[in-house]
Ligand binder design. Structure first.
Ligand code: UDP
Length: 327
């Protein structure tokens, strides 16, 4: 059987990846500690509860399924939190990944797909962010992901562990069939927070900083639809299974949207007012993060089909309205 261990398969991106893997003929085995994931998001393959810090549990799951590859999503991923509690990020992300990578190698598996982030680049003024740009993260989240990238390079050199590293820009949207979607507790991401505010489920959105050096003063991000993102993962996995070596890919569209532009588009898509106010900057936020690479399109044949801002908001809004996780 074509088993793929999917760490974080009960989370937002991991659950979408499981759906895409199942559709591509793989059996996704979710390994998740349910700290930030949801068991009812595990719909497309077996579930194995476990923590990356528990090496014995990892070994048990590897020997039970004999996977062809690992897809590693499980991580703490909040920029703001990482600045306040960096130790959590170094322990869970870096030590957790070390355990996983060692378990992978010892199980004889040599194919590894890793979810990294554009936060590893840091703030680069007027530099096109392609994969060759120096990684100078300005927050502990980005630093933890960069450390894992370094670790993968060392394990490739020592043991021939081939990896595809994806540096995500901002992931948004939801499965158009609304089987899975975005839900974090607590929520910190712009679009779901805004949809909650539109819906009256929480207070007004606060814009974090209006004095950035951008045309409207708010931060600029490159948003990519979660379904396009996970399609790239399946392509990356197939590349590894075809025998190619390690490679890094940015996953973004090359188009940036400011926070104010996202608010405007949300108003247009939902046809509702967006309650918001303006607040101070959030520690650790880069001014502008926009991908400047088409490597994934050229080398993987990746075609981002749903990564248009209005579609991403519409898909997120449809998921939001299913009320899946309303408490
Ligand atoms: N943002 C904001 N208010 C919020 C949450 C986010 O203004 O309540 C801004 C944040 O400063 C950043 C952008 O929206 O510029 C995207 O933030 P998010 O947390 O969604 O993703 P990140 O870029 O941190 O990965």
């Amino acid at each position: 059987m074509n088993h793929v261990i999917v760490t974080g398969g009960a989370g937002y991106i991991g659950s979408h990846a499981c759906k895409a893997l199942a559709q591509a003929g793989f059996v996704p085995v979710t390994f998740d500690n349910l700290v930030t994931g949801w068991e009812d998001a595990v719909k497309f393959g077996p579930f194995e509860k476990g923590d990356l810090l528990d090496r014995a549990r990892l070994d048990e799951v590897f020997s039970a399924y004999e996977p062809v590859a690992v897809m590693h999503f499980a991580a703490l991923s909040q920029v703001g939190e990482s600045m306040k509690a960096p130790g959590k990020y170094w322990l869970n992300n870096v030590q957790g990944s070390l355990n996983l990578i060692e378990a992978t190698v010892e199980a004889g598996v040599r194919n590894f797909v890793f979810s990294s982030t554009c936060a590893t680049y840091g703030d680069h003024d007027n530099v096109t962010l392609d994969e060759s740009v120096e990684q100078l993260p300005i927050n502990a989240y980005g630093a933890s992901k960069r450390a894992i990238e370094d670790m993968l390079r060392d394990f490739d050199a020592a043991y021939g562990l081939h990896s595809v590293i994806f540096r995500y820009f901002n992931v948004a949207g939801a499965d158009p069939e609304a089987e899975v979607g975005e839900f974090h507790q607590p929520e910190t991401h712009l679009i779901p927070l805004m949809l909650d505010a539109i819906d009256g489920k929480r207070d007004a959105l606060t814009i974090f900083g209006t004095d950035y050096d951008t045309p409207d003063g708010t931060c600029i991000r490159d948003y990519v639809h979660v379904c396009d993102l996970v399609d790239a993962h399946v392509l990356g996995l197939k590349r590894l299974l075809d025998g190619h070596g390690s490679r890094v890919f940015n996953l973004g569209t090359g188009t940036g949207f400011s926070v104010r532009e996202v608010i405007d588009q949300s108003r247009a898509v939902t046809n509702r007012a967006v309650p918001y106010n303006e607040g101070p900057r959030r520690a650790g936020d880069c001014t502008k993060l926009v991908s400047g690479s088409t490597r994934a399109e050229k080398e993987l044949g990746w075609e981002p089909k749903r990564s248009k801002m209005d579609l991403m908001i519409a898909d997120a809004w449809r998921w939001h309205q299913t009320g899946h996780y309303d408490k």
